[in-house]
Design a protein around this ligand. Structure first.
Ligand code: PLP
Ligand code: COI
Length: 337
């Protein structure tokens, strides 16, 4: 095996030894197959290629001080994939089969799970898409589910440090009655231009307002938003935002810290009143927000140069549970046996 520089890993694709595949044919899912081939041979008229019948997930496995491997909230990712499948008429996969495939992929690639000291993790990327040929716009009759894994470091260079965001009014990621609540490829395709323009202007990422009125906060690029004001953890309630499992976990931890959770419309002007704010998701856990700039109207909503106290506390607490340094009070962790 190549020598991996665990401490300097970025967030990107890396080859590992095995992936797990499962085919849906004749109205049912087949057996899990172990595969070492990285390519997939698909029909040129597959619906996943033409009509975006494609969903994915993202979750992580962590090596603890005790040498054990822990997977974070596996069942939640399984359920969200089911919801994405329902949303674009793909056959759902049972939580059991999802779990079995993820466990198999992690175990078979055990040597790629970064050591505890590195602070890195194994990113697990399940993917499900229509492979059946179709030229009319209809759901496919055949599908493929794949689980691939790869060791990753921090999503943003520099790890836990505050980042800048540019509000985009030119592009919407998802519509109020669209597909924003599903983790499907089309939403990410829709975000690429906004993301590039934000980057080109020198920001870490783009920042979305609600598509209909452009009044309320939706998401920070490919992550949920939360703000801290006094004793409250405030996060947008929106029909075009992906229900983040990290956000849900942080809400629970905020309650544990004696805070109040408010899930509601968050007007963009309210940004001036937050003492701290963060973007949250599996890849970064929390990425504290330094500034949010309305580039079209030349308004800067400044939050803080350094990660705030509560963001830091929540980040450390969640990481401690993931690595097994703190007890798993809520049953979030699956230990790989
Ligand atoms: N929002 C979007 C658009 C995402 O792609 C992700 C990443 O998965 C999230 C939010 C964060 O979700 P989670 O915490 O489940 O990773
Ligand atoms: C996240 O895990 O927070 C993400 O946004 C994943 C991204 C690579 C799609």
């Amino acid at each position: 095996m190549e020598n991996i520089d665990w401490k300097n890993l970025g967030f990107g694709y890396k080859d590992t030894d095995y992936n797990i595949r499962c085919y849906y044919r004749n109205g049912k899912w087949g057996e899990l197959e172990v595969c070492s081939e990285k390519h997939i041979s698909v029909h040129m008229a597959a619906t996943g290629l033409h009509y975006g019948q494609e969903a994915f997930e993202g979750l992580k496995a962590f090596k603890g001080k005790d040498g054990k491997i822990r997977i974070f909230r596996l069942d939640e990712n399984a359920k969200r994939l089911q919801s994405s499948c329902k949303g674009i008429l793909m056959p759902e996969l049972s939580v059991e089969l999802f779990t079995e495939a993820v466990l198999k992929a992690v175990k078979l690639n055990e040597k790629f799970v970064p050591p505890y000291e590195s602070g890195a993790s194994l990113y697990i990327r399940p993917l499900l898409f229509g492979t059946g040929a179709q030229i009319g716009v209809h759901p496919a009759d055949e599908y493929l589910f794949v689980v691939m894994v790869m060791p990753v470091g921090p999503y943003f260079k520099g790890g836990f440090k505050a980042n800048s965001y540019a509000i985009t009014r030119k592009y919407d990621r998802a519509a109020p009655l669209g597909t924003g609540t599903y983790k499907i490829g089309g939403n990410y395709a829709a975000s690429l231009r906004a993301n590039k323009e934000a980057h080109d202007l020198g920001y870490t990422s783009e920042f979305y307002l609600d598509a209909k009125e452009k009044k309320y906060i939706d998401e920070c690029g490919a992550a949920n938003f939360f703000g801290i004001k006094g004793n409250s953890f405030i996060t947008p309630k929106s029909s075009s935002v992906l229900p983040s499992i990290t956000n849900k976990s942080l809400q629970q931890l905020a309650i544990e810290l004696g805070m109040t959770v408010e899930a509601r419309n968050v007007p963009v002007e309210e940004l001036t009143t937050f003492e701290e704010a963060g973007a949250c998701g599996t890849a970064a856990v929390i990425s504290p927000i330094k500034s949010i700039v309305d580039v079209d109207n030349d308004i800067t909503y400044f939050i803080s140069e350094e990660p705030g106290k509560i963001c830091t506390r929540l980040y450390e607490k969640l990481r401690a549970i993931q690595y097994g340094d703190e007890p798993d009070l809520y049953g979030w962790v699956t230990v790989v046996e």
